[in-house]
Structures are given as structure tokens and as C-alpha cells.
Write a protein that binds this ligand. Structure first.
Ligand code: TXA
Ligand code: MG
Length: 321
């Protein structure tokens, strides 16, 4: 049952589920989301329960267009105007002061709201068909790897939730999150839209830790281990370190490897492309493959420490915590 082709009938059916306060897993260009009516406290609470998500971690509200985003924010800034013109629909989430229409449960009682217009035809069709802004965290249990295929959603959340099939996610890691409330935009979560790309539009972009005196706090959900497979994860800078870790940590465990070139380790090995966007697109599915193969230890070759790899480094660091 639960995977539905995005036919007009199925979209109408899913829109109805959302209007009645239920949840639907939806494709976006980044990862699959678990969507519910953002204006319904009950629907939002259902999302938290299904994900087993801590109540302090707010949700992103997905909108069909910029006007709907404006109506959900208490104020709309020049930065918001510029960034949405440049990147929406797309993998960019903006944080603004929360408008009165947004229930406190969505924002975990913060006075800000995170907004995004996704760039996926199925998500956009459902936003229009339902006529609702949709709260949608990634469609996995809290802390686990985000789903990039419909099958991943079912693995994570079981057979009870309808999943709209939008194929494999094109981006593969979650959206860039940027707080636009202060004098300087603050990058809360790096993503495939890089810091550099943001800076070409709005000038210098700060980091939460570097924003001394700013009101921007780190994203509440960004403090923990996250995006993590079941296996223990270890990063290795060189092949020598990989062999060292395998001996030190691997005893009795099946070892998985994510690397750019063959390591010659006795391991389940997946080779990934040395291009950040292609790497990101395949990262989560690869971690799942190694988990499913029963690996107890996953060794990951560290990508280059250059700005274009910032988002991938962020996810790897969190997976390895
Ligand atoms: O690509 C994505 O953003 C996906 C797809 C489904 O759109 N969604 C996603 O949602 O990754 P989630 O819930 O897994 O991550 C949302 C992030 C969390 O780190 C959360 O703390 C942050 O956005 N966030 C949400 N509202 C916020 C707010 N008002 N202030 C600061 N951070 C916020
Ligand atoms: Mg998530």
C-alpha cells in the first residue's frame, strides 16, 4: 500500500488527508519530508510523535509561493526579498520573526519561523492542492539518516504513513538554513546552496558561534548527534588512518567504507565521486546501504577541507559524533 504514484487522484487524496489533520510523506528536492498542516496544532503534534522528535526542535514550514511566506512572517526583510528571488523555489530555508497565524508548536515556542518553498513538482502540487502551508521535517525518526527514496521512509516510519513517490531526491542533503533577523545573515545549517553563494547576494554571512552579541542562537536541532546511521562512524584523513581505525575499532565487526578511491581494506566498500553535489546526493543512501549490510563500523574518508564541501563535512561530523 503506502507508496503512491503522484497521479492527480492520489494528490487529491493526500491533500484531503492533510486537510483532515493527517500526515503524508512527500518528496522534496533535498530529502523526503513528513508533512502536516502547519496551522493545526494537532497535526504538528502528530508529526513530533511519529518522529519521536524532542519538543524543543522546531519544524520548517513549506509554502507554495513567496506571498504565502510573507503572510506567515511578522516582517519581511530586504535579505528575505533578495534571497528568495535568487533561490526559491529551492533548497534554502529562511528564519524570520513569526507571524500570529503560526502556532507555537511548529516553532517550538520560539518567536521565529523557518520558511521554505521547495523545488519539487510533487511537493508544489500538493501545497497548491491542499491550500495549506505544510510543516515538514525529514521523514525519519529523530537523529537518524534522512530519507532520499520512498522506500527509506517506510524503513524509518513503517507502513502506516502514505508516501508520495517523487523518485530519488536530487540534492540528497537537507536545505541550507539561514537566520535573517539580524544585521548580518547567520548560517544555521550549511547546505548545497553554499555560504559563498549566499554571500554573493547579501554580503557577509556569519556563523552562530561567531555572532557575539547577536540575538541569533544556533538552530535548536543542530546541537546533537544527527543524520547518523546505526553503525559507529569514524572519519579517516588518510589511508594509513583507515587501516589503523579498522584494527583499533573493527574487531568482530563487519566494516563499511565510504571512500573516493579503493582502500584495499577487508570491508564493504562504496566509492563516492569527488564532487560535493554528487557526493551529497548519494551520501545518505550509501550510509543506509552499509547499515543494511550489517556493518557495525563505517569508516569515511574525509573530503577536502575547502568551502564547497562545508555542508558534507557538517553531516559527516554529526554522523560521527
Ligand atoms: O531540506 C529540508 O530542510 C528538509 C525538507 C523536508 O524540506 N527538512 C528538514 O527538516 O530538514 P528538519 O526538521 O529535519 O530540520 C529543520 C531544521 C532543524 O535544524 C531546526 O532546528 C531548524 O531547521 N529550524 C526550524 N525552525 C527554526 C527556527 N525558528 N529557528 C532556527 N532554526 C529552526
Ligand atoms: Mg531532520
Amino acid at each position: 500500500m503506502p507508496i503512491f504514484a503522484p497521479t492527480p487522484e492520489n494528490l487529491a487524496h493526500c491533500a484531503r488527508i492533510l486537510q483532515e489533520g493527517g500526515v503524508v510523506a512527500i518528496p522534496t528536492e533535498t530529502v523526503y519530508g513528513l508533512a502536516g498542516n502547519a496551522l493545526s496544532t494537532d497535526a504538528v503534534e502528530l508529526i513530533y510523535t511519529i518522529k519521536n522528535r524532542p519538543a524543543y526542535n522546531p519544524l520548517i514550514v513549506h509554502v507554495p509561493d513567496v506571498d504565502r511566506a510573507k503572510s506567515l512572517a511578522a516582517s519581511w526583510t530586504e535579505f528575505a526579498e533578495q534571497l528568495t528571488a535568487a533561490f526559491w523555489p529551492g533548497p534554502l530555508t529562511i528564519v524570520l520573526p513569526k507571524g500570529p497565524e503560526v502556532p507555537d508548536t511548529v516553532t517550538a515556542r520560539l518567536d521565529s519561523v523557518a520558511l521554505r518553498q521547495p523545488n519539487h513538482p510533487v511537493a508544489l502540487q500538493l501545497l497548491h492542492a491542499s491550500g495549506l502551508p505544510l510543516a515538514a521535517p525529514s521523514a525519519n525518526r529523530s537523529m537518524a539518516v534522512s530519507p532520499t527514496l520512498p522506500e527509506h521512509v517506510i524503513e524509518s516510519l513503517g507502513e502506516d504513513i502514505p508516501v508520495l513517490d517523487g523518485g530519488p531526491c536530487r540534492v540528497g542533503i537537507e536545505s541550507t538554513v539561514v537566520d535573517l533577523r539580524g544585521e548580518t545573515p547567520i548560517l544555521l545549517r550549511p547546505g548545497i546552496i553554499s555560504r559563498h553563494e549566499l554571500e554573493t547576494i547579501v554580503g557577509p554571512v556569519g556563523s552562530p558561534s561567531a555572532s557575539e552579541g547577536s540575538t541569533a542562537k544556533p538552530s535548536p536541532g543542530m546541537l546533537d548527534r544527527h543524520y547518523a546511521p546505526k553503525a559507529q562512524v569514524h572519519l579517516f584523513p588518510t589511508l594509513t588512518d583507515a587501516h589503523f581505525h579498522a584494527v583499533l575499532l573493527g574487531s568482530g565487526k563487519k566494516i563499511g567504507v565510504l571512500a573516493f578511491n579503493p582502500t584495499k581494506l577487508k570491508a564493504e566498500e562504496i566509492l563516492l565521486p569527488a564532487n560535493p553535489a554528487e557526493y551529497a546526493q548519494r551520501l545518505y543512501a550509501s550510509l543506509r546501504t552499509l547499515d543494511d549490510a550489517g556493518c557495525g563500523l563505517i569508516l569515511i574518508e574525509e573530503p577536502p577541507h575547502t568551502p564547497t564541501w562545508e555542508a558534507v563535512h557538517d553531516r559527516l561530523r554529526r554522523a560521527a559524533k
